[in-house]
Design a protein around this ligand. Structure first.
Ligand SMILES: *Cc1c(COP(=O)(O)O)cnc(C)c1O
Length: 372
């Protein structure tokens, strides 16, 4: 399918440049939306149609739309970064497109072709590019593609109609005032993902199920929850919205370990990129199963020197202390470790366009402004 033309309807009352500048000075995360959204509809027998960019605003949904009852919803998260030459690029959006297809398959939804996914991002950015923060910092424009079942009816079966949409929301630096470690709750009662379940898919229901353990973690002062496998309850999978990495140090030898995906871990694009970047930097990387006890014991004995979570929103978040029912263990001195910070610096530099893009990861969405 060749890239379609999106019919553009300009927002008749867009945000004023003054107000936008105010928002971009302190956008936070997910608080403000841009003036437009891109949408595509899918209908059985007709396929993808109605390619539109239109004013951001409420959706009209029949109360018996299937998504509201059985949760047929999937989403993605990626960012657009202003480059030093003024152009706008995103990071590996083809991987988000492929993952969106995988999520759609698991939820019995139609698979949006990669070129339509990419075209929807370009179409939205072509009208809202002024919402992409200036180059040089860690600010970005967060993009949220999602798809919902819109057929009206209460029968439990795949919907025959879907709405795909992309929203955009300016995002400030995740760590205002420097990278700070977070504490993590090692959850032993609730699990996130079972083999054969939906843990590999980015579907809203996974996040709904994570909110209770998340609030239990918060009661223990933890910002995130680390989950064990559902079958044996000993192996570490990942966190609620971040993949996990561990750094083992023995003298000069450093080894970066991340749990293998095993069919139950969300295949993070940040995770995949860090595996490649670590290799570029000469760091040994290993994907293997790792037990919760190895994390706690390794940190206690000092062989496991660093741990961090990774995902598009925060890129890398160092873990200070891991807490669990039986106590807590701090990684090293509790401060962000050198391997963690070197990887973070390298990846954010590629995204900002200030380090060479050795792997061809950057994808242009909007060209540089014509010079005057
Ligand atoms: C989105 C997500 C991640 C991170 O994926 P990225 O592609 O790196 O943003 C990790 N774990 C879960 C459960 C997620 O939903």
């Amino acid at each position: 399918m060749s890239a379609p033309q999106f019919a553009v309807t300009q927002n008749p009352a867009p945000t004023s440049p003054e107000r936008r500048a105010e928002i971009l000075a302190d956008p936070g995360f997910g608080r403000y939306m841009t003036d437009h959204m891109a949408t595509i509809r899918w209908t059985a027998g007709r396929g993808w149609h109605d390619f539109e960019v239109k004013p951001y605003g409420p959706l009209v949904l029949d109360p018996s739309s299937m998504v509201l009852h059985y949760g047929q919803e999937i989403f993605e998260g990626l960012k657009a970064y202003r480059q030093p030459d003024g152009s706008v690029a995103s990071f590996r959006p083809d991987r988000n497109a492929a993952r969106f297809q995988g999520s759609a398959r698991r939820l019995a939804m139609p698979e949006l072709p990669e070129e339509l996914f990419l075209a929807s991002l370009s179409a939205l950015l072509s009208v809202d590019s002024e919402w992409v923060p200036a180059a040089g910092g860690e600010d970005s424009l967060y993009l949220r593609p999602f798809m919902i079942a819109t057929e009206v009816g209460l029968g439990v079966r795949p919907s025959s109609e879907y709405l795909y949409a992309v929203l955009a929301s300016p995002a400030g630096p995740y760590f205002a005032g420097g990278v700070k470690p977070m504490d993590v709750w090692l959850e032993t009662t609730y699990t996130r993902s079972a083999l054969g379940g939906t843990g590999e898919a980015k579907c809203g229901g996974n996040y709904a199920a994570s909110l209770l353990p998340q609030s239990i973690g918060a009661e223990h002062g933890c910002a995130q929850v680390a989950y064990l496998d559902a079958e044996e309850r000993i192996w570490i999978d990942e966190m609620g919205s971040n993949n996990l990495f561990f750094v083992f140090t023995a003298g000069d030898a450093v080894e970066l370990v991340t749990p293998d995906l095993r069919g139950a871990v969300l295949a993070g694009i940040t995770r995949d990129s860090l595996l490649a970047i670590a290799e570029d930097m000469g760091i040994k990387v290993v994907e293997r199963r790792i037990q919760g006890q190895e994390w706690l014991g390794g940190a206690a004995s000092g062989v496991l020197t660093e741990a961090f979570g990774c995902g598009t929103a925060a890129v890398i978040t160092p873990i200070g202390t891991v807490k669990h029912d039986g106590g807590s263990v701090t990684m090293g001195d509790g401060q962000p470790g050198p391997v963690t910070m070197a990887l973070r610096e390298r990846l954010t530099a590629v995204q900002r366009g200030s380090a060479p893009d050795l792997h061809g990861w950057m994808y242009p969405l909007v060209g540089a402004p014509a010079s005057v």
